[in-house]
Design a protein around this ligand. Structure first.
Ligand code: HEM
Length: 142
């Protein structure tokens, strides 16, 4: 990820933070529209769940200079997600819903470069979460 992309992600997240609750609402609405069968997986209160998602994104954005530092945390999170019933194919839906919510929140500020930079961030997070699951499956097969 280039310095310019990191800067675009940081600056746009600054705006997102101010409207975190409506953005999270847009995100979950879109996710459940894309895949209504996911609804029963979400048991926690919406406000609490969106705060956790936004906190995690903030941690990711705060660590763009040293993203590997978060790998252990993200792998553990991937394992917890497998426990919630999340499948690898669901990550593409989350990516789609998150980009859609960011686009709605940032409007014209979500231009092609910002979109690409965010896509890179989300793909990295998903990749690290899925690496946790892949590693566990590999160990279990031995
Ligand atoms: C970019 C990838 C993702 C991030 C950053 C993320 C973030 C989080 C965080 C921080 C939590 C709080 C609990 C915990 O840490 O285990 C959580 C819970 C959860 N996430 Fe994710 N998540 C991601 C991908 C997904 C995907 C692909 C799904 C499946 C559709 C999903 C469904 C859930 C569910 C069902 C819960 C538990 C909610 C509850 O107990 O009510 N997440 N997520």
């Amino acid at each position: 990820m280039t310095q310019c992309e990191k800067q675009l992600v940081r600056a746009s997240f600054q705006e997102i933070r101010e409207v975190a609750v409506p953005v999270a609402r847009l995100f979950y609405g879109r996710l459940l529209d894309l895949e209504p069968s996911l609804r029963p997986m979400f048991r926690e209160d919406f406000q609490k769940q969106s705060a956790k998602l936004m906190d995690m994104l903030a941690t990711v954005v705060d660590n763009l200079e040293d993203p590997e530092k978060l790998n252990p945390v993200l792998r553990e999170m991937g394992l917890r997600h497998a426990g919630y019933g999340v499948l690898p194919r669901h990550y593409a839906l989350v990516e789609k819903a998150l980009l859609w919510a960011l686009a709605h929140a940032l409007e014209s500020g979500f231009h092609a470069e910002v979109r690409e930079a965010w896509q890179g961030v989300i793909a990295r997070v998903s990749g690290a979460m899925l690496a946790g699951v892949a590693h566990r499956d590999m160990v279990q097969e031995r």
